[in-house]
Design a protein around this ligand. Structure first.
Ligand code: NAG
Ligand code: NAG
Ligand code: NAG
Ligand code: NAG
Length: 274
């Protein structure tokens, strides 16, 4: 579900992508010759237009972490480079129409039709998943949701921080407590966090749904796919259990707003997704 996917690219990039300041397509995908799809992805990342908001964010994350690693001792749970990357990306000019975003996504869909028809266990340890396949999904999703991603991540919350930063705080606090060594990999659906030894913990769902920015996420994405329907293969292969996800929203402590969202989302998903 989208609200989970929001973090995906982000944290997987921190973990998997960081050591991938690869200069070549072949290095990044660890192959002797890049396939058509891999080439298309690589070229798309080089110049994604502002529609690919997450792609631009990830590029800044990789750059800023790369810089930090070279110039300081980067300790576990130092998210300063991430925070900087969010600010930087939000400062960049954003100009995107849905038609532009869609045509960028379609170019990738054309070259990566094999990858994008592959079923993926989004709860699995990201390290065990096929990087070409996850990169293809990540890239098309970042185009289809580029506009709402930007709207949410770059919204200034009442704490003064951008929601892109604010949204990660509860998760980071939970991780610090549960995995003090900071060596973790989050599953793409954000249900589990995998430790270095491959064992996993379930992430409490309230982390992703309760709070000011979280509410903005729900509000922003609620009607997005209604007005901009997603291709069937994405609904099927990525958001297949949308209805179930929505029905399992947790109750936020001392707050009644979740119930309200549950009702609106239910209405929406009955009408549109099923
Ligand atoms: C790259 O591919 C080779 C051979 O296919 C494999 O042995 C190696 O473990 C791979 N490296 C990484 C980092 O996945
Ligand atoms: C990853 O998926 C692609 C496309 O489906 C396939 O061609 C490739 O062999 C897979 N790579 C690995 C390492 O399984
Ligand atoms: C409760 O809801 C209010 C208003 O919708 C929101 O501003 C606040 O952040 C929420 N609090 C929690 C703990 O979720
Ligand atoms: C939540 O709703 C219940 C009953 O509808 C009400 O008694 C309670 O005061 C509400 N709590 C908040 C924080 O609004």
């Amino acid at each position: 579900m989208k609200v989970y996917i929001l973090f995906v690219l982000l944290f997987s990039s921190l973990i998997i992508g960081i050591n991938a300041e690869a200069e070549k397509c072949e290095n990044y995908f660890n192959v002797s010759t890049c396939s058509e799809c891999q080439k298309e992805l690589w070229d798309t990342w080089a110049n994604p237009s502002s529609c690919g908001f997450f792609i631009n964010l990830i590029k800044n994350i990789i750059k800023d972490y790369g810089y930090a690693v070279r110039h300081t001792q980067l300790t576990p749970y130092n998210f300063t480079p991430y925070d900087e990357a969010v600010k930087e990306t939000c400062d960049e000019r954003f100009s995107c129409t849905y038609d532009e975003a869609e045509s960028s996504a379609k170019r990738v869909e054309e070259k990566c039709s094999n990858e994008l028809s592959t079923k993926v266990d989004w709860s699995a340890d990201p390290l065990t998943l096929n990087r070409t396949v996850t990169s293809a999904y990540g890239t098309v999703i970042s185009f289809y949701f580029g506009i709402p991603d930007h709207d949410v991540m770059c919204f200034k919350s009442s704490s003064g921080d951008l929601c892109g930063i604010e949204l990660t705080k509860p998760l980071i606090n939970w991780l610090k407590e549960n995995i003090p060594d900071g060596k973790f990999r989050i599953s793409y659906d954000h249900k589990f966090v995998y430790k270095e030894d491959g064992s996993r913990l379930e992430i409490p769902r309230g982390i992703f749904f309760c709070g000011e920015c979280q509410e903005r996420v729900v509000k922003t994405f609620k009607y997005w796919p209604v007005n901009h329907p997603l291709p069937d293969y994405i609904v099927k292969n990525v958001y297949g259990s949308w209805e179930e996800e929505v029905n399992n929203f947790p109750n936020c402590p001392n707050n009644n707003s979740t119930t309200k969202h549950r009702r609106t989302l239910n209405r929406f998903s009955r009408r549109k997704i099923n």
